[in-house]
Design a protein around this ligand. Structure first.
Ligand SMILES: *Cc1c(COP(=O)(O)O)cnc(C)c1O
Length: 402
């Protein structure tokens, strides 16, 4: 017998449907106009920082010598990397996270999908709408969301992010046990202020809820008043798990390295979530390669920090251009200031897919229909800043002429 919850999951249709429509358009029209520009990609395109590549080469040489060879890595990560993360990502921002509350992993996607294993199947799960689909699908897979009908999961609570609330939801009136927040947000590109995060932390502590905080885009925060980590908020260590990644901050989408903080203060029903996560990882995970962890450590070297900052600045110049070009065209757009995503309202009341087709046909630009991220994404569209600056300029020129 197969997992009935897994069998009930709707197929993930968004990116395959985009691929189909683009191929169909190419077949018919490829030859008769300018090339297609892709602004739907959620993957980085700039190469790895040189400091990281150098560190990988050196680590590879160490693996070639019996005196320096490394076998299985420690399951929670090497101390050199956990220490570097504690120092650079937390201590230097005035937040004290002990290195041994940091768990090095192979991706924020896997950790954000796996973290639900710590929780009872009766937990009520809440997510923002629109949402990064992993949080929902991983809970559905485990049967925590009940059955799927009419385009909805029976037991899932959603927090609408709309233009009325500036695309940052407030906590609900009712009760949820496990809730997922992602700031800066994919897909809306919005960042939460300290005041907004404090509402969620207070809610979680009052309800005994746990927040899973996905901060994969924290390196894109330009505004110094926006928290880079949820632990800047008092009381967060009592209720929040934070998931971060080198994917978007240092171009590690193909290299694979991330970290998750499970604070020792976080306890529920008398048990430590940190101890439970340690146990879970020891059971199912054998660690991140030595070579990769050395590359991640190099992100914090003086050269690594400068190189990462340059790449992020490159993407953010794109993001600002996109936001500006849309605004100049009279299109309502948000994001792009503290995140590599711009979230726009489809003009003239078009729905997300009609606008997708329109933009493809008239400008030969590909983006991502907002409706693919949840019901509240209907009528919206996501453009990313991860393309080349030349492509971004050209795409915005075309949009301006529409
Ligand atoms: C890209 C992204 C991640 C990063 O995932 P990795 O597995 O570390 O590459 C995590 N969360 C969100 C919302 C993302 O968009």
């Amino acid at each position: 017998m197969l997992n009935s919850h897994a069998l009930e999951m709707p197929s993930s249709y968004l990116f395959s449907e985009i691929g189909k429509r683009v191929s169909a358009f190419q077949e018919k029209h490829e030859a008769d106009g300018p090339r297609i520009i892709r602004m739907g990609i959620g993957d980085v395109t700039r190469p790895l920082p040189g400091a990281c590549v150098e560190a990988m080469r050196k680590a590879a040489d160490e693996q070639a010598d019996a005196a320096t060879f490394q076998g299985y890595p420690p399951g929670e990560g090497y101390d050199f990397l956990r220490g570097a993360i504690a120092e650079h990502e937390y201590k230097r921002r005035g937040v004290n996270i002990p290195a041994d509350d940091i768990f090095v992993s192979d991706g924020a996607k896997s950790d954000s999908a796996n973290i639900q294993e710590l929780f009872d199947n009766d937990c009520v799960v809440g997510v923002t709408d629109p949402v990064y689909p992993v949080y929902v699908d991983s809970n559905a897979w485990s049967g925590r969301l009940g059955s799927y009908s009419g385009g909805q999961w029976e037991r899932l609570v959603t927090f609408p992010c709309t233009r009325e609330n500036g695309y940052v939801a407030s906590p609900p009136d009712g009760h949820v046990d496990l809730l997922y927040l992602c700031f800066p947000n994919n897909p809306t590109g919005t960042a939460a202020t300290a005041k907004q995060l404090r509402e969620w932390v207070d809610y979680a502590n009052k309800h005994g809820a746990v927040i899973v905080y996905d901060a994969a885009y924290r390196a894109y925060i330009a505004n110094p008043d926006i928290p880079r980590t949820i632990y800047e908020i008092d009381g967060a260590k009592d209720c929040a798990i934070e998931i971060c990644s080198f994917s978007k901050s240092a171009g590690f989408t193909g290299v694979r390295c991330s970290w998750t903080v499970v604070p020792r203060e976080l306890r529920r029903g008398g048990a430590s979530l940190r101890a439970l996560w340690t146990r879970r990882q020891a059971t199912k995970f054998n660690g991140v390669p030595y070579i990769v962890q050395r590359a991640a450590e190099a992100v914090y070297s003086p050269d690594g920090r400068r190189q990462c900052a340059e790449t992020i600045a490159y993407y953010m110049r794109n993001a600002l251009k996109v936001r500006q070009a849309l605004t100049d065209a009279g299109i309502e757009a948000t994001g792009g200031e503290n995140a590599p995503y711009v979230w726009m309202r489809c003009p003239n009341g078009m729905d997300s897919w009609s606008f997708f087709d329109y933009l493809l046909k008239e400008a030969r630009v590909v983006g991502t229909p907002g409706s693919g991220f949840g019901a509240c994404g209907a009528g919206y569209f996501r453009l990313t800043a991860f393309g080349s600056s030349e492509d971004t300029d050209e795409a915005m020129k075309r949009i301006a002429l529409l």
